[in-house]
Design a protein around this ligand. Structure first.
Ligand SMILES: [Mg+2]
Length: 411
């Protein structure tokens, strides 16, 4: 049995700014991913705990946040600074184990199976780690400990900020079962809706649904859901050379759409083409990612991003596009009123040269090989030589370009 620790920095970017600027302390502070904090573009990358009573959350558009909390302080993010802090935090973590997976700029998993004995027990180790980070870096964190990555992450969510939650396998059912199913890592809005239709409200309800039914209804995701509801998860830590150096990297393509596009089918086709471009570059550079971000700019209105993070590694269009499409379809009503003038897709939370070995990967083997062949042909004859049949029907009249940067990063 493994012992995995999940470390999550509390309101990370906002806490760093409050630490460095005393005037921000005790006040609602929003660190924004935007060109200008004077306006309404962009998204809130992090909100301080003082902003939470107003309903402001990370990932929210700046427009929405300013409506909810007009007197809050809005500042742009300084990602170099946050990355520097993350590297310092990682150094402290390395004193407790060398098996570490950096999951995002403010979250990491530590495999403490072999090293916990040197610190007494997992709870004491967690306490020492949290104190070191508080004293040396001046930041507060929340820690969850469990028998696998999933349980550790969800344990950490239970007591925030500054919490430490240790869950032993025996205690699992009693702790997770009463929680709403939406709290289960990987259950998005759409899945939650489907589950509600079959009367599943809590994680305990989900655990009782036959696996075969879930598999038929949700495919491979169904198998993940059944296991996850029971607190089972066998995904391994992606430790090693990947990690911090990749944190702010993302692969993205976007397309400017001139006067605006309101037709959801056409937007999906454009998204599919963009996904092909993004995943091709990812495969070429041997990256896989776990977060899909779509970016939309709406005519006469504002731009925003929507993202979704999954447990598995994404490297094929067949992985990325369904998630991107789902995110786009949620905005269907908005798009009807405000045509999109720009649509973009990026994949973040990257790991280099890493592929999670799971049953899904075995199923994907055929798709992986097909993608490799198409990549080879494109490398040889140019990228316009092969295109998807579904894209042929629609004449390209948009300009697609790669996007670099840290879009979609929240902390
Ligand atoms: Mg955090």
């Amino acid at each position: 049995m493994k012992t995995i620790l999940h470390l999550d920095m509390d309101a990370y970017f906002a806490s760093v700014e409050q630490r460095d600027q005393p005037i921000y302390r005790g006040r609602p502070l929003m660190v924004c991913h935007t060109d200008s904090v004077e306006g309404y573009n962009g998204v809130v990358a992090a909100a301080s705990y003082e902003a939470r009573p107003y309903g402001v959350r990370s990932g929210m558009s700046v427009l929405e946040a300013k409506r909810l909390c007009p007197k809050g302080i809005y500042v742009p993010g300084n990602y170099h600074k946050y990355l520097h802090n993350t590297k310092e935090i990682l150094k402290i973590c390395q004193e407790f184990t060398d098996e570490i997976e950096v999951y995002s700029i403010d979250e990491m998993w530590l495999d403490i199976t072999r090293t916990k004995q040197f610190f007494g027990d997992p709870g004491h180790l967690a306490h020492l780690l949290q104190e070191r980070i508080r004293q040396d870096i001046g930041l507060s964190s929340s820690i969850g400990v469990g028998p696998n990555k999933l349980v550790a992450k969800m344990a950490g969510e239970l007591h925030k900020p500054s919490g430490i939650t240790v869950i032993r396998s025996d205690d699992l059912p009693g702790i997770f079962a009463p929680l709403p199913v939406g709290d289960l890592f990987g259950v998005g809005r759409q899945t939650k809706k489907h589950l509600a239709l079959i009367g599943v409200a809590t994680i305990g309800d989900l655990a009782e649904v036959p696996g075969d039914y879930l598999k038929e209804k949700f495919g491979v995701v169904g198998l993940y859901l059944k296991d996850a509801a029971l607190g089972r998860n066998d995904s391994v830590l992606a430790s090693g050379r990947s990690g911090v150096s990749n944190l702010v990297k993302s692969f993205g393509h976007s397309a400017a759409l001139g006067g605006g596009e309101a037709d959801i089918d056409k937007l999906c086709q454009i998204l599919l083409g963009l996904c092909d471009g993004v995943t091709r570059r990812m495969r070429r550079d041997k990256y896989a990612g776990r977060t899909v971000v779509i970016r939309l700019r709406l005519a006469r209105l504002f731009g925003f991003t929507r993202s979704r993070t999954v447990m598995r590694a994404l490297e094929l269009t067949e992985h990325v596009y369904p998630l991107a499409r789902e995110l786009l379809l949620v905005e269907r009503e908005v798009l009807r009123k405000y045509p999109a003038t720009l649509v973009g897709i990026s994949v973040t939370n990257l790991a280099h040269g890493w592929r999670q070995l799971s049953m899904e990967d075995l199923n994907d083997d055929r798709q992986v090989r097909a993608a490799a062949v198409v990549d080879q042909i494109k490398d040889k004859y140019g990228s316009s030589i092969i295109t998807r049949a579904s894209l042929l029907s629609w004449k390209r009249r948009y300009h697609a370009a790669p996007v670099y940067g840290s879009s979609g990063v929240t902390g």
